[in-house]
Design a protein around this ligand. Structure first.
Ligand code: 8YV
Length: 314
């Protein structure tokens, strides 16, 4: 049987690579030293792209592949896929929604707890034996504080649900109206949300419409005792303004799972002790990644079998 040829933009766990290889001929783009030459060599035979949320598929790559039919994203976010180019060519796009929602929400809440209770510093302090010299500095109470959810989509909703369990007050800002439990308060702008909350969770989709929605103004509104948790996309936050505010203390603290130019971080982050750095692993549990990998494969397989896509974006 002739296996369809797939361009693989980034690596997957071994179980996914093996499963994909059973059905497709994989071309590992991320391992090519000379990427344009690699594309030129395989361009004609490639009918699908398997990619990851943060890697997507650029206009340049899509345009280089005349026989491309489908792009399968391992991730819920598809902001890194040149959707207009794909749409114009009738190329199908799929993602992996739902299966990762609760893991991302879990990590967002864990990041907040770690920061407000000073857990990373406390661990280093206890491990290094400093406890014998006195007590650890007192930290910030979580329960009773106001959480602002910027983007009450699937992930934002799950974050809010969890925070109710921590007896936090829920304020939210969302583009569309949606039904919410009694007691959650709608706020009309990011700026107003930041003014009214103690911790701002950024759970928006990425893309041009939300780029730098958390700007200097919003960060300043959170203030020296406020915190920012971002588990969505770095582009939603003005990173330079965030770094300035963390350095001067204009913002109390941040907990970030996403960064401009990741996996390379701005070196200014490493010098700060009021920021928690996480390596974009909101969806990074074995169980969820297995479900994401299965969806990537099942969507590609459905496409090439002429069946309806499981989780289509386009
Ligand atoms: C990544 C993500 O895809 O779901 C998304 O949009 O960004 C993540 O789940 C994940 O890091 C795998 O590369």
């Amino acid at each position: 049987m002739n296996k369809p040829h797939i361009l693989q933009m980034g690596n997957y766990p071994a179980w996914d690579n093996e499963a994909l290889e059973q059905h497709f001929t994989l071309h590992r783009y991320f391992e090519a030293d000379d990427k344009p030459a690699f594309l030129a060599t395989h361009a004609g035979e490639i009918r699908g792209i398997a990619t990851r949320g943060e890697l997507g598929a650029s206009a340049e790559v899509i345009e280089a592949l005349p026989n491309l039919e489908v792009i399968s994203v391992y991730g819920v976010g598809y902001d890194a896929v040149a959707l207009d180019v794909a749409r114009a060519r009738g190329i199908r796009v799929t993602n992996t929604p739902d299966v990762l929602t609760k893991d991302v929400a879990d990590l967002a809440v864990a990041m907040m707890l770690a920061q407000m209770r000073g857990m990373v510093g406390a661990e280093i302090w206890a491990r290094s034996g400093q406890w014998v010299g006195g007590n650890y500095p007192l930290q910030q109470r979580v329960h009773g504080q106001r959480a602002g959810i910027l983007g009450l989509g699937r992930i934002g909703y799950e974050v809010a649900k969890r925070l109710v369990g921590f007896d936090m007050e829920i304020l939210y800002c969302n583009r569309n109206h949606r039904e919410v439990p009694a007691g959650w308060t709608y706020v009309e702008s990011a700026r107003a949300l930041a003014e009214q909350c103690d911790v701002l969770f950024v759970t928006l989709t990425g893309g041009a419409a939300t780029r730098h929605i958390v700007d200097k103004d919003v960060i300043d509104a959170l203030g020296p005792s406020g915190g920012l948790v971002n588990v969505s996309r770095a582009s939603n936050t003005e990173e330079a303004a965030l770094l300035d505010a963390l350095e001067t203390g204009a913002l109390g603290w941040a907990a970030l799972d996403v960064f401009e130019g990741e996996p390379k971080l701005n070196p200014r982050f490493a010098k700060l002790d009021n920021v928690l750095l996480q390596p974009h692993h909101g969806s990074g549990t074995i169980e969820t990644r297995k479900e994401m990998g299965k969806l990537v494969l099942d969507n590609l397989a459905a496409h090439f079998a002429g069946q309806p896509l499981l989780t289509p974006v386009l």
